[in-house]
Write a protein that binds this ligand. Structure first.
Ligand SMILES: Cc1ncc(COP(=O)(O)O)c(C=O)c1O
Length: 422
């Protein structure tokens, strides 16, 4: 049976062999390293064969506070102290507190009034869309921005990508490499409204195209979408599953893009690793669902709500967003330096603490991931497998220190020189 093996990694190879034997390929996303992890702390991972890696992924933009953050762990334990793990048919003070505090943390958006919880990003997206469809039962058209990623399940999958099995989905353009004027997008929206008067139930978009390879639009783009939605009373849904909790240099990306969406969907970094997602938005939309219409077994579990409370406390007390902004300047500069040295880097795109490094082709991109992993015999950098075939995502924990960043980039320079043979 074929499986990923690395030289001098007997323990890791044994685990990868068992994984290949017992677990379906579909379970994991392809990463050429298939790191076999033994422990994690701060911004570092240790492999079972004793190698130390700087984590450039934050899980998958989940552990924004890094791994085993002492204050987060302490608060998390104290919030869930004594409570059951599952509170499906009960309510608890952490359920109420997480909801209240999360809404308060979004006070820059007056539409952040009520909440529905979910256990994954795609479920949160689906619940957000349900609220709009229930609020306006005579409307069926769902507008989505092209090449977005909202998840692999249900309605989230229907509005992902560029085509949909769902006959009610219509895609509109999202700025990528081409430079189009605002009028182009405005005309597209107006044509859509003309084609389906009174029939558009919602518009869903991402702050930036993450999975498609890091395309970050000009600020005016989302403002055009929101203005059009407001004008025609169409719920504007902002998918912040990936961008929430400090990634773009603000607590929420709607602040970076200066919009106030009707519904914001949060996930990933929201609970620093515990499965939690949430839809926060206009009360009239959220209240369009009745008892049980958005309930499920695992949403708003006690550990999830406790983790949200703990993460919010740490973000506030340690001014995480402020320090992330400082780190972001350093990260942007170091990535530009990297692009200046290596001609196989075609572009660097990003903001805050989330960047995409576009490599000239997929083979080189995979090699970059592997060489970074094996930077020296004992140390390396952990990347996800390339996105959109050849884009390396750079999204270290927000709490990475300046020294850790410096060390990571010096390892990267060393590792990637093996590709150019210099
Ligand atoms: C922007 C965005 N929306 C939705 C999702 C889906 O989240 P989940 O994998 O938790 O279902 C993701 C996951 O990568 C995402 O990045």
């Amino acid at each position: 049976m074929s499986f990923i093996k690395h030289e001098h990694e007997p323990r890791g190879n044994a685990i990868r062999h068992e994984v290949a034997t017992y677990i379906g390929l579909g379970q994991n996303t392809y990463t050429p390293t298939q790191v076999a992890v033994a422990k994690a702390k701060g911004c570092h991972l240790w492999t079972v064969d004793g190698r130390k890696l700087v984590d450039f992924t934050s899980g998958v933009l989940v552990q924004n506070l890094g791994y085993r953050h002492p204050k987060f762990e302490k608060y998390w334990a104290s919030y869930r102290n004594g409570l059951p793990v599952n509170a499906y048919n009960m309510v608890s003070h952490v359920f109420a507190k997480a909801s209240k505090c999360l809404i308060k943390s979004m006070k820059t958006n007056p539409n952040a009034q009520k909440i529905l919880w979910a256990a994954s990003g795609s479920e949160g997206i689906q619940k957000a869309m349900w609220t709009a469809l229930h609020r306006y039962p005579d409307r069926n058209i769902m507008v989505a921005t092209r090449y977005g990623f909202h998840g692999k399940k249900g309605l989230a999958a229907d509005v992902t990508g560029e085509t949909s099995k769902n006959p009610d989905v219509r895609f509109i353009s999202f700025p990528m490499e081409e430079e189009k004027e605002p009028e182009f997008y405005q005309e597209e929206l107006d044509a859509l409204h003309k084609a389906y008067p009174g029939k558009i139930a919602l518009l869903i978009t991402e702050p930036y195209l993450g999975a498609k390879g890091s395309f970050h639009p000009p600020v005016w783009y989302h403002q055009i979408l929101q203005h059009w939605c407001n004008k025609h009373d169409i719920p504007f849904i902002f998918d912040e599953v990936q961008s929430c909790f400090g990634r773009t240099g603000n607590m929420y990306a709607y602040e970076s893009y200066q919009v106030t969406p009707d519904l914001v969907v949060l996930g990933k970094g929201l609970a620093n690793g515990e499965p939690a997602a949430a839809v926060v938005g206009r009360a009239d939309l959220i209240d369009s669902l009745q008892y049980g219409e958005a309930s499920d077994t695992y949403s708003a579990s006690v550990p999830a709500c406790a983790a949200v409370c703990a993460a919010l406390d740490v973000f506030k007390e340690d001014r995480i967003v402020n320090s992330a902004r400082k780190n972001a300047l350093k990260l942007g500069k170091r990535l530009t330096d990297l692009a200046a040295e290596f001609s196989f880097i075609r572009d660097v795109r990003g903001e805050g603490m989330v960047y995409g490094v576009e490599i000239e082709d997929a083979i080189t991109a995979n090699r970059c991931v592997l060489e970074a992993y094996r930077a020296t015999t004992r140390k390396g950098i952990h990347f996800l497998g390339p996105l959109a075939e050849k884009v390396l995502r750079v999204s270290p924990p927000l709490v990475i220190t300046e020294e850790e960043l410096e060390e990571a980039f010096s390892l990267l320079h060393k590792a990637w020189r093996r590709i150019t043979g210099k």
